[in-house]
Design a protein around this ligand. Structure first.
Ligand SMILES: [Mg+2]
Length: 348
């Protein structure tokens, strides 16, 4: 698939490392005042004045985190940036800069990397962040991507995982389970393609969930919305691994328990129909699917009137005393212990 997209194949050896970085980053402009100096010296210079800086890093490995047989490189570039920005927004901060390092084998021509950087450039534009540094090197096999995201916030704006209190409401943005099911659809089509390379998959009915997998968005808008609504969450985390494990992180770091209500978990109609098609339970998918990059946060009950009318925000439960533990209350009113894998139907 890589070859089909890039008829011209310029070998990376012709450019050298510095020529390559210069070539790939030449159209990236610095937009933020805090980006004093970007690419071109030993290190970038950032100046945030009196504010607090937040930093987060991710490493993505071909074959482990992404599959280039159905992931176009432009989408991969976009997603690599977005998943890191999500961690900055989860601190209730504004993302301002990224650094990107890649290692690629010689199976990647320059044109493939240009596609990847075009996706990153789009993400930088959409999320208003500056690319200020990075590294490129060779790998013996496949592609590795490391992105570091930097953000800024006033000291009293920052929200950590540790501030949730008993009786706080548990709120989630958007809807859950789409990214995981999108991946299932893509994996299925890949298997069909292996058997019959002439098959033309009709992904139209699945466009929402496939997009959730291939081109996820981070919830920059929610950080801005909460500021406008004058709501500061008591604790927050982004949903990269599935609702269940993120709830357990909040509970553990805040020393509280949680009651999560199955009938409140927001699901897109495509998620419901596709999980039926795959004979999977949609609640299990939302709890343990992952890669949705929504925000999960807790608020004081007094703030409920400020958020209740907003279609982006759903109250899915509330925090309880630590001794009570973390549970899913099912539609049938059964109380089941939450586990990092989703929920354990055999406990209690
Ligand atoms: Mg995170």
């Amino acid at each position: 698939m890589l070859e089909d997209k890039s008829p011209q194949r310029t070998s990376l050896e012709n450019l050298g490392e510095f020529g390559l970085i210069k070539h790939l980053t030449q159209h990236f402009e610095l937009k933020h005042e805090s980006s004093v100096h970007g690419i071109g010296d030993d290190a970038a210079i950032l100046d945030f004045g009196e504010k607090k800086t937040v930093v987060s890093t991710d490493l993505l490995v071909e074959g482990v985190h992404f599959d280039l047989s159905y992931m176009p490189l432009k989408h991969l570039g976009y997603k690599s940036v977005v998943v890191n920005l999500s961690d900055i927004y989860a601190m209730n901060a504004k993302a301002t800069q990224i650094t990107v390092s890649i290692a690629v084998s010689n199976r990647f021509p320059l044109e493939a990397l240009e596609e990847f950087y075009a996706g990153m450039a789009l993400a930088c534009k959409m999320y208003n962040v500056d690319l200020v540094g990075g590294d490129t090197t060779s790998s013996t096999k496949g592609m590795l991507i490391s992105v570091t995201a930097i953000g800024v916030a006033e000291k009293d704006e920052i929200v950590m995982r540790s501030g949730a209190k008993t009786n706080d409401l548990l709120v989630v943005t958007g809807d859950l389970g789409g990214a995981y099911l999108g991946l299932q659809v893509l994996e299925r089509e890949k298997e069909v393609f292996k058997v019959n390379p002439n098959s033309q998959p009709d992904l139209e009915p699945y466009s929402y969930i496939v997009e959730r997998q291939l081109k996820p968005e981070a919830r920059k808008d929610i950080v801005e919305l909460l500021e406008k609504l004058e709501v500061k969450p008591s604790a927050m985390i982004d949903i990269s691994d599935g609702l269940s494990s993120e709830i357990l992180h909040l509970c553990e770091q805040s020393s509280v328990g949680c009651n999560l209500f199955e009938d409140k978990i927001p699901l897109d109609p495509t998620v419901i129909s596709t999980s039926e098609e795959f004979k999977m339970d949609s609640t299990t998918i939302a709890l343990s699917g992952g890669e949705d990059y929504e925000l999960l946060f807790t608020i004081d009950q007094a703030d409920y009137p400020k958020i209740k009318a907003n279609p982006n925000l759903t109250v899915i439960g509330h925090m309880v005393d630590k001794q009570e533990g973390a549970h899913l209350i099912t539609r049938g009113d059964t109380k089941i212990g939450l586990t990092a894998q989703g929920w354990n139907s055999f406990s209690e």
